[in-house]
Design a protein around this ligand. Structure first.
Ligand code: HH2
Length: 284
């Protein structure tokens, strides 16, 4: 079986795209301090309106986060994170019954409340480091995104030396899969993410996208989140993250060409326009 076929596992249901996706995951940051859109959707109503707008632009999936993971970010208490994300997830679930909703959190306590409010996926940038996370996801029969990271967002950019970048990221995620499956998580509901920009230098990120094949060989769908990140600024000279749309779309198409099934993006309309043309040309 080819790497691509091996990674053709199921995805959380989408009303819009066929079994191969790619699914477009729109980012809803309910935070005052996210790196590219901090404070823009920090209140419940604004965040719900933003999610509904992204759905209208064609997103299949909305990822709701209440804690910034930008390099150097300070952690947020669980109660604050819950107060940010739970009403937004409940509001989006009421308005968009067909949307895939994930909570972007590394705390089992927050994940539990988000699943009860209508999320069906936990997106964990620490690959379920919280010992309660995997048992919780298993009990809820939810989906789990395991992302590669070293340390914490506060410290990660001090730990970017790899002997074999793609091999080490792949081995670390393989170990995480083993760990969560042993805790009862359904392996067919595990999605992997190389963690673009998390404990990686700017030069590492294109290498990870180029090397997605090794991650795909683990047999799980792969998610890539390159949107507006610093390496795009370093490659293009565009310092304002919100102005990195074109570079982000370039990274998204490269990720899809290399087998990514889910794209985590801020700019849904631009990504979908590019994907439609890309798919038409590749499939013609
Ligand atoms: N990137 C960010 C946050 N969550 N989750 C996954 N699975 N993959 C990613 O690459 C990823 C993620 C960082 O982006 P953003 O949410 O826009 O910024 P912030 O963490 O500052 O809120």
């Amino acid at each position: 079986m080819s790497d691509r076929a091996a990674a053709r596992g199921a995805l959380p249901g989408s009303r819009r795209l066929g079994p191969d996706g790619p699914l477009v995951m729109g980012i809803v940051n309910v935070t005052p301090d996210s790196f590219s859109d901090g404070g823009r959707h920090a209140h419940t109503d604004a965040a719900i309106a933003h999610g509904v707008r992204l759905w209208g632009e064609g997103a299949d999936w909305l990822d709701v986060g209440g804690e910034s993971t930008r390099p150097g970010a300070e952690p947020v208490p669980a109660a604050v994170e819950c107060a940010r994300v739970v009403p937004v997830i409940a509001g989006l679930r009421a308005r968009l019954p067909d949307a895939v909703l994930s909570v972007d959190t590394s705390k089992a306590e927050v994940a539990g409340e988000a699943l009860a409010a209508g999320a069906t996926v936990v997106n964990d940038v620490t690959a379920a480091a919280d010992p309660q996370m995997a048992p919780l996801v298993a009990r809820a029969q939810a989906w789990l995104v395991l992302m590669h990271l070293r340390g914490t967002p506060r410290t990660m950019q001090h730990d970017t030396a790899y002997d074999d970048l793609v091999g080490e990221v792949t081995a670390s995620l393989a170990a995480a899969v083993e760990r969560v499956v042993a805790a009862g998580v359904d392996p067919s509901r595990v999605i992997l993410d190389p963690g673009i920009g998390f404990a990686k230098t700017s030069a590492d990120n294109p290498r990870l996208i180029a090397g997605l094949g090794r991650l795909l060989a683990l047999g799980h769908p792969v998610l890539v989140g390159a949107s507006r990140k610093r390496f795009i600024g370093d490659l293009t000279g565009v310092t304002d993250p919100a102005a990195r749309v074109h570079g982000s779309v370039g990274a998204a198409l490269a990720a899809v060409a290399n087998g990514a099934r889910i794209l985590r993006v801020h700019d849904v309309a631009a990504t979908i326009q590019a994907l439609r043309v890309y798919r038409a040309c590749v499939d013609a």
